[in-house]
Design a protein around this ligand. Structure first.
Ligand SMILES: NC(=O)CC[C@H](N)C(=O)O
Length: 347
């Protein structure tokens, strides 16, 4: 173990201990999940980011390969207060992070760091040696092409056939469809609308994924071409792309929503539930007029849009994660609603 620092783009330095030298720059974000760390780190939506765990003790159960959300870690670095080494459910979490070529730091005052990020907003950062002076910038551009499958992958099933456009899909989304009997085609992020419709899917699911949705101009035009032709359901980045295709706009949140206990309230109602979330962007409320979008869910904390439907085309989406992994499963029924919608459209 050697002394390391997390150097932030505002010049602040956060000391800790770890094993490796200097990471590249990445957006430093925090998540409040209290469990499911390997699931979070393998979520492709974290690609290129340095993840601060607000929960103090991390790694007590090691890793469990069966619960990965993709085959590898996409986060660039991990920052924690108290790394817990050793094996219980599986290999040592921090050894596994190193094997994946990612960086980690322990012994960091993550309570103060989370409050700093919450008040300053998300910043770029790098894991460096103490006192090291290097430029700190997060990569520009979208990581979607790096995390998406390059070839279509087909999973058989007797139920409706769902095409999943993979912008960085979590395995939990595919599992949620397969568990309900669907046949699933996972398609590369740049698949054309013609190629998607040629599969004659009963529905199209637009997946989660990393980065700024507004950079994905081509994906938005593919989604636009699908509108009204097939049932469409977007999750997180997928919902953002759907809204952009309908003429809405997105905005970067100051520090995002990342955690397993994010409250969501039905718009205009009182019913609330807890959700798993991992996003830094949101729909701009003032961009929705004239789009035909009806907001269905809002965040219980800041009131931002967490879901919508578009009655004219039947397209809809949620900003939170009904597949959970990690997090509460109480919104999993949304997959059933989508599958019912696909069945009805096929009749
Ligand atoms: N999990 C996701 O799909 C995240 C969507 C997008 N990258 C955001 O940060 O808002």
């Amino acid at each position: 173990m050697e002394a390391l620092e997390l150097l932030l783009s505002d010049g602040t330095r956060w000391p800790g201990l770890g094993k490796r030298g200097r990471s590249d720059g990445g957006e430093v974000v925090f998540t409040t999940i209290p469990t499911g760390f390997p699931q979070a780190l393998t979520d492709p939506s974290f690609a290129g980011q340095i993840v601060v765990f607000a929960f103090p003790m991390v790694g007590c159960y090691g890793t469990d390969g069966e619960r990965f959300e993709s085959p590898r870690i996409w986060a660039r670095g991990v920052v924690t207060a108290h790394p817990c080494h050793g094996e219980s459910a599986g290999p040592d979490l921090f050894g596994w992070i190193e094997e994946n070529g990612a960086f980690w730091m322990g012994g960091v005052d993550t309570r103060r760091l989370v409050i700093h990020l919450r008040s300053r907003g998300t910043l770029a950062g790098r894991i460096v040696s103490p006192g090291e002076e290097v430029p700190v910038v997060a990569e520009a551009g979208s990581p979607v092409a790096q995390v998406s499958t390059v070839r279509p992958l087909s999973h058989p099933g007797r139920g409706p056939r769902i095409a999943v456009v993979d912008y960085g899909v979590k395995a939990g989304i595919v599992r949620s469809l397969l568990a309900r009997g669907c046949a699933v085609d996972v398609l590369p992020h740049d698949t054309s609308s013609e190629a998607i419709l040629a599969l004659r899917p009963d529905g199209v699911l637009l997946s989660n994924g990393p980065g700024d949705p507004a950079l994905l101009v081509e994906a938005v035009s593919v989604v636009e071409a699908l509108l009204g032709k097939v049932p469409l359901f977007g999750i997180c980045l997928g919902m953002q792309l759907l809204a952009l295709a309908l003429g809405g706009k997105t905005v970067k949140l100051p520090f995002g929503h990342r955690g397993g206990n994010q409250p969501v309230i039905e718009a205009g109602g009182k019913k609330g539930f807890l959700t798993s979330q991992n996003h830094g962007y949101a729909l701009r409320d003032d961009s929705l007029e004239g789009t035909g979008i009806t907001v269905t869910y809002r965040h219980g904390g800041d009131g931002s849009v967490e879901g919508f439907r578009h009655p004219e085309t039947g397209a809809w989406g949620v900003q939170f994660h009904p597949e959970a992994t990690p997090g509460p499963e109480e919104s999993g029924g949304l997959f059933d609603l989508f599958i019912d919608q696909c069945r009805e459209a096929a009749e």
